[in-house]
Write a protein that binds this ligand. Structure first.
Ligand code: SF4
Ligand code: SF4
Length: 83
């Protein structure tokens, strides 16, 4: 089954970012850079592991909700199962 996962999965809430670079150092995919005075996720590199969310002391990382996209899948003919 082919489907496209929307990106970016994780983004920075710029008002909260203190540019401490912790997430840049701790990202296993080197998917975060400091740009224009804030930590910026590079969508093409992000694995969606969530480590940057865990290590940010400012709660400045936001995970994209995929609920709306998942709710569209049955109407598009894709099977959906819930645990
Ligand atoms: S860890 Fe949080 S506060 Fe520090 S640079 Fe990353 S997003 Fe900004
Ligand atoms: S979710 Fe993981 S891979 Fe993506 S930016 Fe955060 S730490 Fe890096």
């Amino acid at each position: 089954m082919n489907h496209v996962v929307p990106t970016p999965l994780v983004s920075t809430i710029k008002e909260r970012c203190r540019v401490c670079s912790t997430c840049v150092r701790d990202c296993p995919a080197k998917a975060i850079r400091i740009s224009a005075g804030q930590a910026e996720v590079i969508p093409e590199r992000c694995l969606g592991c969530g480590n940057c969310v865990r290590v940010c002391s400012q709660q400045a990382k936001k995970v994209k909700s995929l609920i709306a996209e998942v709710e569209q899948l049955p109407a598009q003919g894709h099977p959906v199962a819930a645990p």
